[in-house]
Design a protein around this ligand. Structure first.
Ligand SMILES: Nc1ncnc2c1ncn2[C@@H]1O[C@H](COP(=O)(O)OP(=O)(O)O)[C@@H](O)[C@H]1O
Ligand SMILES: [Mg+2]
Length: 310
């Protein structure tokens, strides 16, 4: 099982679109995939459920909020495994004999969980804070449960911030993917995010060793790379203004995927939930599908290369 977090501070950069399509494509290739929606805006959840359906079937039942609520008091009454659901339309759209796509849905009320945690924990800690350490490690611990062993891939769609919920995803991750637009602010944001991830990991490792005496729990999430999204092409390459920003990020020594997600306003801009991501919906020969599949293959190669090097 490999855990992959999809992260960027910025909203609207294509995190959710990438998570849904990459997950669906790997399921099509026969993998058991779990998507976890950690964003209170719940866009990933609404890629697979109509809001009415979510209200009727999930709101009071299986969501990530239910689990966070249960653990923040220290006495878990539900397990994370119990929150997994299998959205019908996408699973029905997978060809026979292929994998499965599970989801842990989000909830608008997750924003309260985050405020509550922030209040309790009280800002950036200077020294070891046992409550913060426990909350940051909770998702990693929960995903080690045998109920998740059936999954080949777990993708975590993070909220556009570096809050405790996002931090818990980073701590739980083997790999991190950073979707980004190619513009000035995004370039700055990527460098900043990269630095914060490194700092969080170092601090967590230091604390596990020193305070929790967890000698074998060193974490080392690998930055798989930046995926540039909403790219406009001319003559087969990103337009030059965008290419400059892409080169700038490469120049920082941050890995960048060579496959880009093309801007496609017809396919992605509609806000109507349709239940099935573009990669399973569009013709196999369509340009967007070819690109999404190339991106999935590049992703798998990157992860396997990292595995071989480790
Ligand atoms: N390649 C693309 N081309 C055009 N629009 C896109 C593309 N990818 C995503 N979008 C649209 O941009 C908006 C933000 O995308 P989303 O994946 O929700 O970003 P995030 O999760 O980072 O907030 C959505 O309306 C989505 O449909
Ligand atoms: Mg999103």
């Amino acid at each position: 099982m490999q855990v992959v977090s999809v992260i960027n501070y910025k909203g609207g950069v294509g995190k959710t679109t990438l998570t849904a399509n990459l997950g669906a494509e790997l399921a099509r290739r026969g993998q058991h995939v779990l998507l976890i929606d950690l964003d209170p805006q719940s866009s990933l959840t609404f890629c697979f459920y109509h809001p009415d359906e979510w209200r009727a079937e999930l709101r009071g039942g299986q969501t990530i909020k239910r689990w966070f609520d249960s653990i923040k008091d220290g006495i878990p009454s539900v397990t994370l495994g119990e929150q997994v659901v299998y959205p019908r339309p996408v699973n029905a759209a997978l060809p026979d004999g292929s994998g499965r796509l599970g989801l842990i849905a989000s909830h608008l009320g997750l924003i309260d969980v985050d405020f509550e945690l922030a209040r309790r924990i009280g800002g950036i800690e200077q020294k070891f804070d046992p409550a913060l350490f426990r909350m940051r490690g909770a998702l990693a611990d929960a995903l080690h449960d045998e109920s998740f062993a059936e999954f080949d891939w777990i993708f975590i769609d993070c909220p556009p911030s570096f809050n405790v919920v996002t931090q818990s995803a980073i701590i739980a991750s083997d790999h991190i993917v950073i979707p980004a637009k190619a513009d000035y602010l995004s370039t700055l944001g990527i460098e900043y995010l990269y630095g914060n991830v490194q700092e969080l990991v170092e601090r967590h490792n230091e604390h596990s060793l020193k305070h929790a005496k967890m000698r074998h729990s060193r974490i080392e999430p690998n930055i798989a790379g930046v995926v540039f999204t909403m790219i406009q092409f001319r003559n087969g390459s990103p337009i030059s203004a965008l290419q400059n920003y892409i080169n700038q990020v490469r120049g920082l020594g941050i890995p960048v995927f060579s496959t880009y997600m093309r801007e496609n306003n017809t396919l992605f801009a509609g806000s109507v939930p349709r239940g099935v991501p573009a990669v399973l919906r569009e013709r196999v020969t369509s340009q967007i599908n070819i690109e999404l599949r190339t991106l999935a293959s590049e992703f798998l190669n990157t992860i396997h290369a990292e595995g071989a090097a480790a």
